[in-house]
Ligand binder design. Structure first.
Ligand code: ZN
Length: 247
């Protein structure tokens, strides 16, 4: 009986899937409508990137409580627009939060837990446009790289593609900038590859996003996920660059 039970545990344990002794990194993209809030969870650390709009704070806090996450160790805010930062104040009142990071600059690097770090690719200098001044973050989990470009537009995407080609080439998972808006050709070329997971975090909005011209079947990446169609999304990443869709 004990062996049977142990076998069952191994079968459902994510480490078994990857054949390693370590839990995978869980990437949870909350369905917050038009906005963005993504939880990165390791077995020792919970990091939230953006807090979604104000209306989503209770939903996120409720989910954290339900799943035994008592504390967000880090919250990174890409920029101050309400679809990314509107839920922050309420979330701070509902959750225990370690450090809130807002004003990072290119070259900064944070160690979030023993195996998870984040490197800041942008902004280098502020332009005055909040979207283009979004934090551009690349998370490093072993050999796995995840790119969070906030709401940067084509010009900034081109700059990143130019300066950070070697990092972008290693990315396996990316949030589509500005909720599915236009892409710079170099940014698109470096990242639109069959093994890269693309996620559009979007809901009803008056801006026509995601951009229909970029969502037609001949144009979209091979692995595309959308919160407006798929709801909240979960991905599991091991430290060797392997990713899979979780539940
Ligand atoms: Zn936005």
């Amino acid at each position: 009986m004990r062996n049977l039970l142990l076998g069952s545990i191994l079968l459902i344990c994510p480490t078994w899937v990857f054949g390693i002794q370590e839990s995978p990194l869980e990437i949870r993209v909350f369905d917050v409508g038009y906005g963005q809030a993504v939880l990165l969870k390791t077995n020792s650390c919970a990091t939230l990137v953006d807090a979604g709009p104000a209306a989503s704070a209770e939903k996120i806090a409720g989910w954290l409580v339900e799943h035994g996450i008592r504390r967000l160790d880090h919250v990174l805010v890409s920029h101050d627009h309400p679809d990314h930062a509107g839920g922050l104040e309420k979330l701070l009142s509902l959750c225990s939060v370690g450090t809130v990071w807002r004003s990072l600059r290119r070259g900064d690097r944070l160690s979030l837990s023993s195996n998870l770090t984040v490197r800041v690719l942008g902004p280098e200098e502020l332009s005055g446009d909040p979207n283009d001044d979004s934090l551009v973050l690349i998370f490093e989990w072993g050999k796995t790289r995840l790119l969070f470009p906030g709401d940067i537009g084509e010009k900034r995407q081109g700059e990143i593609a130019d300066k950070d080609r070697r990092w972008l080439k290693k990315v396996r998972w990316v949030l589509w900038p500005h909720h599915g808006d236009r892409l710079h050709p170099d940014f698109e070329r470096l990242l639109k590859k069959p093994n890269v997971f693309w996620v559009v975090s979007v809901g009803p909005n008056p801006y026509g996003l995601p951009n229909p011209a970029w969502m037609n079947p001949g144009k979209v990446p091979a692995r595309l996920f959308r919160t407006d169609r798929d709801g909240s999304l979960v991905f599991l990443a091991d430290r060797h660059g392997r990713l899979e869709v979780g539940r």
